[in-house]
Write a protein that binds this ligand. Structure first.
Ligand code: CA
Ligand code: CA
Length: 479
């Protein structure tokens, strides 16, 4: 079947007609053999229908051929939101769930009873809080089978794939009927993970850390998934991301630190410690002077100014010249992995001073000036701007040599070097001393190499642990 599809795309006119004819006969034959086509076969066959109709819309004769094919009784095959569950199946599922409820005292399920219920309906374990909340558990204090069944029919009869179900479950009680998930919607989900994941049991004794962990995870989710920067995660964004598959992974992986995307406790620990160092008064807000101290003033002051100017961080805090903790999470992720797509956008916003969508020579010079001053102060031989510019144009190879667009930078494999040249002197000098190709990722390798962020987080974690060990030793000695 696959072969046939490939042929169809390269053939035109008469050939297509012939193939359709043959295919038509083939389908009839198969229908005879087996009335119920297997799902994969159905999909493949019907894909041809679509191709035919699109390809021949201008040609009546060929269009007729398409029609002939459509007249064949082909079951619906295209389910952009997943295949709906039929009535019979729904009843079966609800029957199973009902049995689970009947095991409970008074037929009432609390959140901790939702693990088995979630598994009975074949959903990933950590969807349990979603199901509980969507059934009215949070409001009511418990869920009855009737409440669950009402929710099930409301959500699962209209949403048939994981992403749309996820959004619907989180927004089912929203009065306006939203089609996106925001920061606040995700709190109960991550809170439940903190409370019940075996890899976070040690946090039971430190509830004060729960909200910090929850905020970190949610900031990371938005950073990676919410590609539109709107604060509203849509079904499409969710589908394009790896978030739901990562969420399923939590169930199989007891060591949460192995789940590097979003959930790693070690990553959280590093981010939070870095913030704690800067936030001297611990009000969970930092200003530009605090941020400037990050990594021993490695980030240029012009860059810091830009971050606080409203180019990157927005909202009430930003107007008051403050950066919130979730905003710091985005900063650190961007600063430590300048190859991440969100990071590229982050630094592009910083460097595009006039917001015209391109980085001009003037803008590069503005940021490079400060690098030159720093090099002078350190007594390092300076690379003149003209030479630096040549190097950068060579590195990025923009479509237009006069300016650099976001697309140019996204296409470039060494975008991190470009940004560090203007933003971070330490890293710039580091790149200068290294062979620029030495830390390029091996694209052909099967094993995914750690990202710059993962590498940074692992190193920092080691350092922090060693520091803590030394402090403990000191205390023992003093004691
Ligand atoms: Ca503060
Ligand atoms: Ca510009």
């Amino acid at each position: 079947m696959k072969l046939l599809m490939t042929n169809l795309t390269v053939q035109t006119g008469k050939d297509v007609k012939d193939i359709i004819k043959k295919d038509n006969e083939l389908i009839k034959e198969r229908d005879k053999e087996n009335k119920e086509l297997s799902p994969s076969l159905t999909t493949a066959t019907s894909t041809i229908t679509t191709v035919t109709v699109t390809d021949t819309s201008k040609d009546t004769k060929r269009h007729d051929a398409g029609k002939t094919l459509q007249n064949v009784n082909i079951p619906k095959f295209y389910y952009p939101y997943g295949k709906p569950i039929n009535k019979e199946e729904t009843e079966k599922i609800l029957d199973k769930v009902s049995k689970e409820f009947s095991k409970l005292e008074g037929g009432k399920a609390l959140l901790h009873n939702f693990g088995p219920i979630t598994k009975v309906i074949n959903l990933p374990l950590y969807w349990k809080s979603l199901l509980y909340t969507a059934s009215g558990g949070n409001k009511n204090g418990y869920v009855t089978f009737q409440m669950f069944a009402a929710m099930w029919r409301k959500v699962f009869s209209v949403c048939h794939d994981a992403a749309s179900r996820f959004v619907k479950l989180l927004t089912v009680h929203s009065p306006q009927g939203r089609d996106y998930v925001d920061e606040a919607d995700l709190i109960p989900l991550v809170q439940d993970i903190v409370e019940t994941h075996p890899g976070l049991t040690f946090l039971q004794e430190a509830p004060e850390f729960h909200s910090r962990y929850v905020n970190t995870v949610i900031a990371r989710i938005l950073y990676c998934v919410n590609r539109s920067w709107s604060g509203k995660i849509t079904v499409t964004e969710l589908r394009k991301s790896n978030f739901l598959s990562t969420l399923s992974l939590l169930e199989e992986e007891d060591d949460i630190n192995q789940v590097m995307d979003y959930f790693s406790y070690e990553h959280f620990y590093v981010i939070y410690c870095k913030f704690w160092e800067l936030d001297k008064d611990h009000d969970l807000l930092i200003d530009k002077h605090d941020l400037a101290r990050h990594n021993d003033h490695a980030v240029n002051s012009r860059t810091i100014e830009r971050i606080f100017s409203g180019a990157v961080i927005k909202g009430k805090n930003a107007l008051e010249g403050k950066m919130s903790y979730p905003q710091f999470v985005c900063f650190l992720l961007s600063e430590e992995d300048k190859r991440n797509p969100t990071s590229v956008e982050y630094w592009f916003r910083v460097m595009d001073l006039d917001g015209d969508g391109v980085i001009s020579m003037y803008e590069m010079e503005y940021f490079y000036e400060e690098q030159m001053q720093k090099m002078e102060a350190l007594g390092i031989e300076k690379l003149p701007f003209e030479d630096c510019l040549c190097q950068m144009l060579d590195l990025v190879r923009p479509k237009d040599n006069e300016r650099i667009t976001l697309a140019d930078l996204k296409n470039c494999k060494m975008t991190h070097i470009f940004f560090d040249t203007f933003i971070n002197l330490d890293k710039f000098l580091d790149h200068e001393q290294r062979d620029p190709f030495s830390n390029m990722r091996d694209v052909d390798s099967d094993i995914p190499e750690p990202t710059d962020w993962e590498r940074y987080a692992a190193e920092e974690y080691e350092l922090l642990v060693a520091e803590e060990g030394a402090n403990d030793q000191e205390e023992v000695n003093v004691g």
